[in-house]
Ligand binder design. Structure first.
Ligand code: GLC
Length: 459
């Protein structure tokens, strides 16, 4: 362990002791002020922030993430007790005192986190991101900074610790979602206008992030959310990241604290970032992040597989959400969809994991992905016993059905590649994948058919 880590640990101990002393004097559910001002960093963070941040060896840090491609997002908090979306506290203007009482019904069964991790594994997901604190302000971990947390409420357990252990037990990478916006903290709104409140709120937030980055071993992702009421300067967001990287040198951070970050996060849509910029689409399975008892707008497994392939086509990741009930159980519909997706990936994952960016796109019944010189055509509306690609410029060497290895015949000219001898019905649901090996990187010309096709002679 490095010297700087030791000094940080001892600083934290002192800080915790100070907070604990304040805690005994404080009333419950009131966030406690931090003893150490973040404006006076200790030697370790000074040292870290003196170095220009640069990209901190980003390519090396992100290698696993690009290969992982598919993660499970988990929105879990007091809002799951209400069961009407995680924004209920604000959307329905629920007074904070009433809202606090939800904590008595927030009772995840022991072993819940292990069930989430097992499901993620079955789904083919390689990492998880849990809401350690959502906008409601309730902390799922045993924090010294406030009594408004799972360990000090009726459930009496550190849910973040259980989650970290569960993810590791299933061999999954561990991510923490953390909302900067806080509807419960006394300074959570005042911080926007009042400099003293801002300082207190920053101190509180930094102390929380420091706990999360210190108490649970190696953390792979820090997923910030909503920076309101502060901007990049208000949060001193570069300094925030300096602290995070001093504690977790290999971590990945998103850009929602308004600093540069390692990846961008298009939400509820798939939108590729320009090449060179890592991106991750996050999406719900129905229409809500937090548990919503009557939201039945479930996406079919086919849509999820299509979304995965769309992300892989353009070099992005896909973070797919589940919203557990207050007892920690994941709605059966979510389980069913994730299991179908996982079953498909188990047979056809070669077309998805470790895919490179892919140029061909043109077809109306399949998705293309690529790895090296192999083009994968994942067909979701079955065309019958032959499949045709227009304008494939690269010479095809061989074609096989990916999940069985069965070779298929083909003919190719400048305008058409016709693959024949397909089974009359698809062999995999929700898509059957053909692996088309080419003699170079597969390229398609969108316009060659229109421009060069044979047309009738003028009479
Ligand atoms: C938004 C929402 C939030 C959700 C998040 C996930 O910022 O406010 O409820 O957690 O998106 O990306």
């Amino acid at each position: 362990m490095s010297q700087s880590r030791v000094s940080r640990r001892s600083t934290l101990k002192l800080l915790s002791a100070g907070l604990a002393a304040t805690a005994t004097a404080g009333t419950s559910n009131v966030p406690l002020a931090s003893a150490q001002s973040i404006d006076e960093p200790d030697a370790a963070s000074k040292k870290a922030s003196e170095k220009p941040a640069g990209d901190r060896d980003r390519a090396r840090r992100m290698k696993w993430w690009h290969e992982a491609k598919f993660g499970m997002f988990i929105h879990f908090g007091l809002y799951s007790v209400i069961g009407r979306h995680e924004w209920a506290m604000e959307m329905e203007a629920i007074p904070y005192k009433d809202y606090e009482r939800l904590a008595d019904q927030f009772l995840p069964k022991p072993g819940s986190a292990r069930e989430w991790a097992k499901l993620a594994k079955r789904a083919g997901q390689k990492y998880m991101v849990l809401t350690t604190k959502h906008h409601e302000g309730f902390c799922l971990w045993d924090t010294k900074t406030t009594d408004y947390n799972a360990a000090k409420s009726k459930v009496g357990r550190d849910i973040v610790r259980e989650y970290v252990e569960a993810a590791r037990a299933e061999g999954l990478r561990v991510g923490f979602y953390y909302s900067l916006m806080d509807w419960h903290h006394p300074d959570g709104a005042r911080a926007g206008k009042d400099p003293e409140a801002r300082q207190r709120f920053r101190d509180y937030t930094y102390a929380q992030i420091r706990e999360l980055m210190t108490h649970y071993g190696k953390i792979d992702i820090l997923w910030y959310d909503v920076s309101w009421p502060l901007d990049k300067d208000g949060w001193q967001a570069d300094k925030m990241n300096d602290m995070v990287f001093a504690l977790q040198p290999d971590i990945l951070v998103n850009n929602r604290n308004k600093a540069e970050g390692d990846f961008v996060t298009p939400e509820q849509r798939i939108e590729a970032a320009p090449e060179g910029q890592a991106w991750e689409s996050c999406m719900t399975l129905n229409a809500s992040w937090g548990y919503h008892a009557s939201d039945d707008a479930w996406k079919p497994a086919r849509e999820i597989v299509k979304n995965l392939l769309t992300c892989a086509h353009d070099g992005g990741n896909y973070l797919l959400n589940v919203g557990p009930r207050p007892d920690g159980s994941i709605p059966e519909e979510s389980v069913k969809i994730l299991e179908s997706v996982g079953a498909w990936l188990a047979k056809n994952g070669e077309a998805f994991y470790a895919a490179d960016r892919c140029q061909p796109t043109r077809t109306r019944y399949a998705h293309f992905t690529r790895r090296g010189n192999t083009l994968y055509m994942s067909i979701y509306f079955w065309p019958g016993t032959s499949a045709t690609i227009g304008g494939l410029l690269t010479t095809v060497k061989s074609v096989r059905l990916l999940s069985t290895g069965q070779p298929l015949k083909f003919e190719q000219d400048r305008l058409r590649t016709i693959i024949t001898g397909l089974p009359a019905q698809p062999i995999d649901a929700p898509a059957t994948t053909l692996a088309i090996e080419c003699d170079g990187e597969p390229k398609q010309d969108q316009y060659v058919v229109r421009n060069e096709r044979e047309r009738p002679e003028r009479a």
